[in-house]
Ligand binder design. Structure first.
Ligand code: NAD
Length: 303
């Protein structure tokens, strides 16, 4: 089996001062990547800043014989996100790989959630992923090569109590990657979405200590490494990884039912056919909005 290597490749990993991001940085660097270790260094809920976490990971990579530089800018605004990508260009001359991983949590039930908790979580996860991707994309396009992995969560894909802000941001990130897939296809830029689970300071707020201890972030890293490798040949997909479990999740649309005369459809018709409408049996996973719309309008005649 061919070994996966990153010699000559430049990677930016956001939020790589700890947790999952750190494990990606160490693995990629150990296989030859030059890494920008970005981390703002605040608390798990996004307060404060500290240069030490990113610097420590850089020191660790260098001590093991790898190449890395730190960056301490926030992903959550356009000006500073551009500086993160610029760090790769200044230090290593290009960017091949972007792993959007930085994140914070501000869990509260919908009723108790402050508007600021909503905005801050959207800013770090969704805006941060958009800004870093937008800043990196033109350079990847120029080199006709790019591998982007962005981080969603089961909270977004499936829902979780107390995480309306986080769930919205996380599924938004999946939608963003679905569209980047389309725009990157012509330029050999692949964009996938990760749904990880790992014991980190973030999950230490919700998982018992024995579970946190067992779910090492390193267990997620092989999936990410393949997704950002030259060998990766998929784009616009959602991958689940954690604790030795690897899988793919997807939006699947049932075959549905068609009414030839949409003018005549009543709420009672829907009630009568709801089982067939709900059924996913024989369903499809569409590669684009155009493919989906082509199916849903396939019974209509247009002049
Ligand atoms: P973590 O808190 O250890 O790592 C997140 C890192 O992002 C921190 O080091 C933090 O300083 C950094 N960061 C926060 N705001 C930043 C900003 N504005 N700019 C730059 N860096 C910033 O948590 P983790 O569990 O390793 O999380 C990594 C990613 O994985 C997050 O996006 C998280 O939402 C996602 N995720 C984690 C799990 C899990 O089980 N751990 C599950 C689903 C999704």
């Amino acid at each position: 089996m061919a070994e996966i290597r990153f010699d000559g490749r430049v990677a930016v990993i956001t939020g790589a001062g700890g947790g999952l991001g750190r494990s990606y940085a160490l693995l990629l660097a150990s296989r030859g990547a030059k890494v920008v270790v970005n981390d703002l260094g605040g608390s798990f809920d996004g307060v404060g800043a500290d240069t030490r976490p990113a610097q420590l990971v850089v020191d660790e990579i260098k001590a093991a014989g790898g190449e890395a530089v730190p960056n301490y800018d926030s992903v959550s605004d356009w000006e500073s996100a551009q500086k993160i990508i610029q760090t790769a260009l200044d230090a290593f001359g290009k960017i091949d790989i972007l792993i959007n991983n930085a994140g914070i949590l501000r869990d509260k039930s919908l009723i108790k959630m402050e508007i600021e908790d909503y905005k801050k979580v959207i800013a770090v996860h969704l805006d941060g992923t958009f800004f870093c991707t937008k800043a990196a994309f033109p350079h990847m396009r120029e080199n006709n090569y790019g591998r982007i992995v962005s981080t969603a969560s089961a909270a977004g894909v499936y829902g979780n109590f107390g995480q309306t802000n986080y769930g919205a941001a996380k599924l938004g990130i999946g939608g963003l990657m679905n569209c980047v897939k389309q725009e990157g296809a012509k330029y050999n830029i692949l964009a996938n979405t990760l749904v990880p689970v790992a014991g980190t300071r973030m999950t230490a707020t919700v998982l018992p200590p024995n579970v946190v201890e067992k779910l090492k972030p390193e267990y997620v890293a092989p999936m990410v490494a393949w997704l950002v490798s030259e060998q990766c040949n998929v784009s616009g997909k959602f991958f689940v990884a954690g604790g030795g479990y690897f899988s793919r999740t997807a939006f699947v649309e049932g075959p549905g039912i068609f009414f030839d005369d949409p003018d005549s459809v009543t709420p009672e018709d829907i009630m009568e056919k709801i089982d067939a409408i709900m059924s996913l049996e024989g369903g499809s996973e569409y590669g684009s909005a155009t493919e989906q719309t082509t199916h849903s309008l396939s019974h209509m005649k247009f002049d």
